[in-house]
Design a protein around this ligand. Structure first.
Ligand code: AHG
Ligand code: MN
Ligand code: MN
Length: 336
Protein backbone atom coordinates (compact mmCIF):
# COMPACT_ATOMS: atom_id res chain seq x y z
CA UNK A 1 0.00 0.00 0.00
CA UNK A 2 1.31 3.47 -0.90
CA UNK A 3 2.00 6.07 1.77
CA UNK A 4 -1.01 8.03 3.06
CA UNK A 5 -0.67 11.69 1.96
CA UNK A 6 0.28 14.21 4.63
CA UNK A 7 -2.52 16.10 6.30
CA UNK A 8 -2.28 19.89 6.50
CA UNK A 9 -1.56 19.90 10.22
CA UNK A 10 1.09 17.21 9.96
CA UNK A 11 2.78 18.99 7.06
CA UNK A 12 2.92 22.26 9.01
CA UNK A 13 4.20 20.52 12.13
CA UNK A 14 6.93 18.82 10.09
CA UNK A 15 7.93 22.08 8.39
CA UNK A 16 8.01 23.80 11.78
CA UNK A 17 10.31 21.15 13.18
CA UNK A 18 13.02 22.51 10.86
CA UNK A 19 12.48 25.96 12.43
CA UNK A 20 13.32 25.89 16.11
CA UNK A 21 11.44 29.18 16.68
CA UNK A 22 8.17 27.61 15.46
CA UNK A 23 5.55 27.77 18.20
CA UNK A 24 2.73 25.74 16.68
CA UNK A 25 0.63 28.88 16.29
CA UNK A 26 0.94 28.90 12.51
CA UNK A 27 -0.36 25.39 12.52
CA UNK A 28 -3.46 26.52 14.44
CA UNK A 29 -3.87 29.58 12.26
CA UNK A 30 -3.81 27.58 9.04
CA UNK A 31 -6.07 24.96 10.59
CA UNK A 32 -8.57 27.77 11.25
CA UNK A 33 -8.32 28.94 7.63
CA UNK A 34 -8.96 25.32 6.68
CA UNK A 35 -12.03 25.28 8.92
CA UNK A 36 -13.34 28.48 7.30
CA UNK A 37 -12.92 26.73 3.94
CA UNK A 38 -14.89 23.68 5.08
CA UNK A 39 -17.71 25.82 6.45
CA UNK A 40 -17.99 27.99 3.34
CA UNK A 41 -17.71 25.00 1.01
CA UNK A 42 -20.52 23.32 2.91
CA UNK A 43 -22.82 26.29 2.19
CA UNK A 44 -21.69 26.54 -1.43
CA UNK A 45 -22.41 22.89 -2.15
CA UNK A 46 -26.12 23.42 -1.47
CA UNK A 47 -26.36 27.13 -2.27
CA UNK A 48 -29.13 26.72 -4.87
CA UNK A 49 -31.30 24.86 -2.36
CA UNK A 50 -31.17 27.04 0.74
CA UNK A 51 -31.97 30.60 -0.46
CA UNK A 52 -28.48 31.99 -0.14
CA UNK A 53 -28.01 33.11 -3.75
CA UNK A 54 -28.56 36.66 -5.01
CA UNK A 55 -27.82 39.99 -3.37
CA UNK A 56 -28.62 41.48 0.03
CA UNK A 57 -29.61 44.86 -1.44
CA UNK A 58 -26.62 46.56 0.24
CA UNK A 59 -23.64 48.22 -1.45
CA UNK A 60 -20.27 47.52 0.19
CA UNK A 61 -17.34 49.86 0.87
CA UNK A 62 -15.98 48.96 -2.58
CA UNK A 63 -19.15 50.36 -4.20
CA UNK A 64 -20.21 46.88 -5.28
CA UNK A 65 -23.55 45.12 -4.58
CA UNK A 66 -23.19 42.67 -1.68
CA UNK A 67 -24.09 39.04 -2.43
CA UNK A 68 -25.73 37.07 0.37
CA UNK A 69 -22.78 34.71 0.14
CA UNK A 70 -20.28 37.60 0.56
CA UNK A 71 -21.94 38.34 3.87
CA UNK A 72 -22.14 34.70 4.94
CA UNK A 73 -18.48 34.06 4.08
CA UNK A 74 -17.43 37.23 5.93
CA UNK A 75 -19.37 36.14 9.03
CA UNK A 76 -17.75 32.71 8.93
CA UNK A 77 -14.25 34.26 8.92
CA UNK A 78 -15.21 36.50 11.85
CA UNK A 79 -16.78 33.68 13.87
CA UNK A 80 -13.82 31.36 13.41
CA UNK A 81 -11.15 33.95 14.21
CA UNK A 82 -12.91 35.62 17.14
CA UNK A 83 -12.08 32.42 19.01
CA UNK A 84 -8.76 30.70 19.28
CA UNK A 85 -6.79 33.68 20.55
CA UNK A 86 -4.47 33.92 17.54
CA UNK A 87 -5.59 37.13 15.89
CA UNK A 88 -6.24 40.50 17.54
CA UNK A 89 -7.54 42.44 14.50
CA UNK A 90 -9.17 41.52 11.21
CA UNK A 91 -9.79 43.51 8.05
CA UNK A 92 -12.01 42.39 5.21
CA UNK A 93 -12.79 43.59 1.71
CA UNK A 94 -16.44 43.58 2.83
CA UNK A 95 -16.03 45.80 5.91
CA UNK A 96 -15.27 49.50 5.86
CA UNK A 97 -13.40 49.35 9.18
CA UNK A 98 -11.35 46.58 10.78
CA UNK A 99 -12.70 44.47 13.63
CA UNK A 100 -10.49 44.73 16.71
CA UNK A 101 -10.50 41.84 19.15
CA UNK A 102 -9.35 43.18 22.54
CA UNK A 103 -10.40 39.84 24.08
CA UNK A 104 -7.53 38.18 22.18
CA UNK A 105 -4.97 40.81 23.11
CA UNK A 106 -2.11 40.75 24.16
CA UNK A 107 -1.49 37.02 23.60
CA UNK A 108 -2.55 37.07 19.91
CA UNK A 109 0.44 37.76 17.68
CA UNK A 110 -1.25 38.08 14.30
CA UNK A 111 -3.46 40.35 12.21
CA UNK A 112 -5.57 38.85 9.43
CA UNK A 113 -6.70 40.49 6.19
CA UNK A 114 -9.06 38.66 3.87
CA UNK A 115 -11.31 38.65 0.83
CA UNK A 116 -14.03 36.35 2.20
CA UNK A 117 -15.50 35.46 -1.18
CA UNK A 118 -13.63 36.09 -4.39
CA UNK A 119 -15.45 35.98 -7.71
CA UNK A 120 -18.85 36.90 -6.26
CA UNK A 121 -20.36 37.33 -9.73
CA UNK A 122 -20.04 33.53 -10.02
CA UNK A 123 -22.27 32.71 -7.05
CA UNK A 124 -25.54 32.42 -8.93
CA UNK A 125 -24.28 30.26 -11.80
CA UNK A 126 -22.39 27.53 -9.97
CA UNK A 127 -18.98 28.69 -11.14
CA UNK A 128 -15.73 28.64 -9.12
CA UNK A 129 -15.26 30.89 -6.09
CA UNK A 130 -12.42 31.52 -3.69
CA UNK A 131 -11.22 33.32 -0.60
CA UNK A 132 -7.86 35.04 -0.11
CA UNK A 133 -5.99 35.69 3.13
CA UNK A 134 -2.92 37.56 4.32
CA UNK A 135 -1.34 37.48 7.78
CA UNK A 136 0.97 40.10 9.30
CA UNK A 137 2.45 40.40 12.78
CA UNK A 138 0.61 42.42 15.39
CA UNK A 139 2.45 45.46 16.80
CA UNK A 140 4.35 45.50 20.06
CA UNK A 141 2.74 44.05 23.15
CA UNK A 142 2.25 47.41 24.89
CA UNK A 143 -0.73 48.53 22.83
CA UNK A 144 -3.75 47.20 20.92
CA UNK A 145 -3.47 47.31 17.12
CA UNK A 146 -5.09 50.15 15.18
CA UNK A 147 -6.29 50.35 11.58
CA UNK A 148 -2.85 51.64 10.51
CA UNK A 149 -1.21 48.44 11.74
CA UNK A 150 -3.16 46.51 9.13
CA UNK A 151 -2.01 48.73 6.27
CA UNK A 152 1.30 47.04 5.55
CA UNK A 153 3.57 46.35 2.61
CA UNK A 154 3.36 42.91 0.96
CA UNK A 155 6.91 42.07 2.02
CA UNK A 156 5.73 42.15 5.65
CA UNK A 157 3.36 39.22 5.25
CA UNK A 158 4.19 36.17 7.35
CA UNK A 159 1.60 33.84 5.80
CA UNK A 160 -0.68 34.18 2.78
CA UNK A 161 -2.78 32.05 0.51
CA UNK A 162 -6.18 31.19 -0.80
CA UNK A 163 -9.07 28.78 -0.68
CA UNK A 164 -10.46 27.63 -4.00
CA UNK A 165 -13.99 26.27 -4.22
CA UNK A 166 -13.88 24.50 -7.55
CA UNK A 167 -14.68 20.92 -8.40
CA UNK A 168 -12.58 20.26 -5.28
CA UNK A 169 -11.94 22.54 -2.33
CA UNK A 170 -8.28 23.48 -2.06
CA UNK A 171 -6.08 25.43 0.31
CA UNK A 172 -2.87 26.89 -1.11
CA UNK A 173 -0.51 28.82 1.15
CA UNK A 174 2.97 30.09 1.75
CA UNK A 175 4.90 31.08 4.83
CA UNK A 176 7.96 31.93 2.74
CA UNK A 177 9.25 28.39 2.25
CA UNK A 178 7.66 27.68 -1.12
CA UNK A 179 3.96 27.45 -1.92
CA UNK A 180 2.02 24.27 -1.19
CA UNK A 181 -1.44 23.05 -2.13
CA UNK A 182 -3.83 20.82 -0.18
CA UNK A 183 -7.05 19.25 -1.41
CA UNK A 184 -9.96 18.69 0.94
CA UNK A 185 -10.78 14.98 1.10
CA UNK A 186 -14.53 15.34 1.64
CA UNK A 187 -15.14 11.88 3.12
CA UNK A 188 -12.70 12.35 6.00
CA UNK A 189 -12.88 16.16 6.19
CA UNK A 190 -9.09 16.60 6.06
CA UNK A 191 -6.90 18.68 3.78
CA UNK A 192 -4.29 16.39 2.24
CA UNK A 193 -1.06 17.49 0.59
CA UNK A 194 -1.68 17.28 -3.16
CA UNK A 195 0.72 19.92 -4.56
CA UNK A 196 4.00 20.13 -2.66
CA UNK A 197 6.39 22.94 -3.70
CA UNK A 198 4.35 24.42 -6.52
CA UNK A 199 6.46 25.58 -9.43
CA UNK A 200 5.03 27.85 -12.10
CA UNK A 201 6.54 27.40 -15.59
CA UNK A 202 8.71 30.34 -16.72
CA UNK A 203 6.36 30.86 -19.66
CA UNK A 204 2.86 29.67 -20.44
CA UNK A 205 0.31 29.77 -23.24
CA UNK A 206 -2.69 31.16 -21.42
CA UNK A 207 -3.76 34.72 -20.62
CA UNK A 208 -6.67 35.80 -18.45
CA UNK A 209 -8.08 39.31 -18.66
CA UNK A 210 -11.52 40.94 -18.97
CA UNK A 211 -11.23 42.04 -22.60
CA UNK A 212 -14.55 43.85 -22.37
CA UNK A 213 -12.44 46.65 -20.88
CA UNK A 214 -10.06 46.80 -23.89
CA UNK A 215 -11.04 50.31 -24.94
CA UNK A 216 -10.36 51.65 -21.44
CA UNK A 217 -6.77 50.38 -21.35
CA UNK A 218 -3.55 52.32 -21.95
CA UNK A 219 -1.92 51.81 -25.36
CA UNK A 220 0.84 49.53 -23.99
CA UNK A 221 -1.69 47.14 -22.44
CA UNK A 222 -3.71 47.02 -25.69
CA UNK A 223 -0.56 46.31 -27.70
CA UNK A 224 0.50 43.53 -25.35
CA UNK A 225 -2.87 41.76 -25.46
CA UNK A 226 -2.94 42.17 -29.27
CA UNK A 227 0.58 40.70 -29.41
CA UNK A 228 -0.57 37.60 -27.50
CA UNK A 229 -2.99 36.86 -30.33
CA UNK A 230 -0.52 37.12 -33.23
CA UNK A 231 0.71 33.77 -34.41
CA UNK A 232 4.37 33.04 -33.67
CA UNK A 233 5.40 29.42 -33.23
CA UNK A 234 8.70 30.33 -31.51
CA UNK A 235 6.93 31.97 -28.55
CA UNK A 236 3.88 29.70 -28.57
CA UNK A 237 1.49 32.42 -29.72
CA UNK A 238 -1.39 32.83 -30.04
CA UNK A 239 -2.06 32.26 -26.35
CA UNK A 240 -5.42 30.84 -25.26
CA UNK A 241 -7.76 33.19 -23.43
CA UNK A 242 -9.17 31.85 -20.14
CA UNK A 243 -11.14 34.08 -17.77
CA UNK A 244 -13.52 32.71 -15.16
CA UNK A 245 -14.47 35.90 -13.30
CA UNK A 246 -12.79 34.46 -10.19
CA UNK A 247 -9.26 35.73 -9.64
CA UNK A 248 -8.38 32.80 -7.39
CA UNK A 249 -9.44 30.22 -9.98
CA UNK A 250 -7.66 32.06 -12.81
CA UNK A 251 -4.45 32.47 -10.81
CA UNK A 252 -4.62 28.84 -9.70
CA UNK A 253 -4.81 27.66 -13.32
CA UNK A 254 -1.81 29.81 -14.15
CA UNK A 255 0.13 28.65 -11.11
CA UNK A 256 -0.22 25.09 -12.32
CA UNK A 257 0.17 25.53 -16.08
CA UNK A 258 1.82 28.94 -16.65
CA UNK A 259 0.75 32.10 -18.42
CA UNK A 260 -0.55 35.28 -16.84
CA UNK A 261 -3.58 37.04 -15.39
CA UNK A 262 -4.05 40.78 -15.83
CA UNK A 263 -6.35 43.32 -14.23
CA UNK A 264 -4.71 46.46 -15.61
CA UNK A 265 -5.36 50.11 -14.90
CA UNK A 266 -8.07 51.79 -16.98
CA UNK A 267 -8.66 55.34 -18.21
CA UNK A 268 -11.18 56.20 -15.50
CA UNK A 269 -9.71 53.74 -12.98
CA UNK A 270 -5.89 53.99 -13.21
CA UNK A 271 -5.38 51.61 -10.27
CA UNK A 272 -7.66 48.95 -11.76
CA UNK A 273 -10.16 47.04 -9.67
CA UNK A 274 -8.32 44.65 -7.41
CA UNK A 275 -7.41 45.39 -3.83
CA UNK A 276 -3.76 45.51 -2.76
CA UNK A 277 -4.14 44.12 0.75
CA UNK A 278 -6.79 41.44 0.27
CA UNK A 279 -6.05 40.22 -3.26
CA UNK A 280 -2.82 41.39 -4.89
CA UNK A 281 -0.35 41.04 -1.98
CA UNK A 282 -1.26 37.52 -0.85
CA UNK A 283 -1.48 36.14 -4.40
CA UNK A 284 1.75 37.91 -5.37
CA UNK A 285 3.61 36.24 -2.53
CA UNK A 286 2.24 32.78 -3.35
CA UNK A 287 3.14 33.20 -7.03
CA UNK A 288 6.64 34.52 -6.24
CA UNK A 289 7.20 31.60 -3.89
CA UNK A 290 6.34 29.31 -6.80
CA UNK A 291 8.94 31.07 -8.98
CA UNK A 292 6.58 33.50 -10.74
CA UNK A 293 6.28 37.27 -10.82
CA UNK A 294 3.65 39.84 -9.82
CA UNK A 295 3.76 43.43 -10.97
CA UNK A 296 1.74 46.62 -11.33
CA UNK A 297 3.27 46.92 -14.80
CA UNK A 298 5.92 49.28 -13.46
CA UNK A 299 6.89 47.79 -10.09
CA UNK A 300 6.82 44.65 -7.95
CA UNK A 301 3.48 44.28 -6.16
CA UNK A 302 5.11 43.32 -2.86
CA UNK A 303 7.06 46.60 -2.85
CA UNK A 304 3.99 48.82 -3.32
CA UNK A 305 3.63 51.21 -0.38
CA UNK A 306 0.29 50.51 1.29
CA UNK A 307 -1.56 53.73 2.10
CA UNK A 308 -5.04 52.61 3.04
CA UNK A 309 -7.03 49.51 3.76
CA UNK A 310 -9.07 49.36 0.57
CA UNK A 311 -6.39 50.60 -1.84
CA UNK A 312 -6.58 49.25 -5.39
CA UNK A 313 -3.69 48.31 -7.62
CA UNK A 314 -3.19 47.12 -11.21
CA UNK A 315 -2.20 43.44 -11.17
CA UNK A 316 -0.19 41.42 -13.69
CA UNK A 317 0.69 38.04 -12.25
CA UNK A 318 1.95 34.69 -13.44
CA UNK A 319 4.92 33.17 -15.28
CA UNK A 320 8.04 35.31 -14.84
CA UNK A 321 8.79 35.71 -18.56
CA UNK A 322 5.20 36.48 -19.50
CA UNK A 323 4.88 39.12 -16.78
CA UNK A 324 8.23 40.63 -17.89
CA UNK A 325 6.94 40.86 -21.48
CA UNK A 326 3.77 42.60 -20.29
CA UNK A 327 5.86 45.07 -18.26
CA UNK A 328 7.96 45.92 -21.34
CA UNK A 329 4.87 46.70 -23.39
CA UNK A 330 3.25 48.70 -20.60
CA UNK A 331 6.43 50.71 -20.08
CA UNK A 332 6.68 51.30 -23.85
CA UNK A 333 10.04 49.48 -24.08
CA UNK A 334 8.75 46.87 -26.52
CA UNK A 335 6.73 47.06 -29.74
CA UNK A 336 5.22 44.05 -31.53
P1 AHG B 1 -14.66 40.07 -5.63
O1 AHG B 1 -15.72 39.07 -6.00
O2 AHG B 1 -13.92 39.69 -4.37
O3 AHG B 1 -15.12 41.50 -5.63
O4 AHG B 1 -13.50 39.97 -6.70
C1 AHG B 1 -13.85 39.94 -8.06
C2 AHG B 1 -12.60 40.15 -8.82
C3 AHG B 1 -11.90 38.90 -9.26
O5 AHG B 1 -12.25 37.72 -8.62
C4 AHG B 1 -12.16 38.79 -10.73
O6 AHG B 1 -11.04 38.35 -11.42
C5 AHG B 1 -12.53 40.18 -11.13
O7 AHG B 1 -12.91 40.88 -9.97
C6 AHG B 1 -13.66 40.17 -12.06
O8 AHG B 1 -13.97 41.49 -12.39
P2 AHG B 1 -14.67 41.87 -13.76
O9 AHG B 1 -16.07 41.40 -13.65
O10 AHG B 1 -14.53 43.35 -13.82
O11 AHG B 1 -13.90 41.18 -14.86
MN1 MN C 1 -11.90 39.30 -4.85
MN1 MN D 1 -14.82 39.42 -2.42
Amino acid sequence: MGQFPLTLSRFITQSQATHPGGTGEFSSLLAQIGLVGKLIAQDLRRAGLISILGTTGEINVQGEPVKKLDEIANEIFLKVFRHGGLVCALASEEMEKPVLLPENWPQAKYLLLFDPLDGSSNTDCNMPLGAIFSVVMAPRKDRMPTEDDLVRKGTEQVAAGYLLYGSSTMLVYTVGQGAHGFTLEPEIGEYLLSHEQLHIPARGKVYGVNEGNYHKWATGTKKYVDYLKFQDKATGRPYSGRYSGCLVADVHRILLGGGLYLYPGEMDRPDGKLRLLYEANPLAWVVEQAGGRASTGTMRILDVEAKNLHQRVPLIIGSANDVRDAEKFIQGICEP
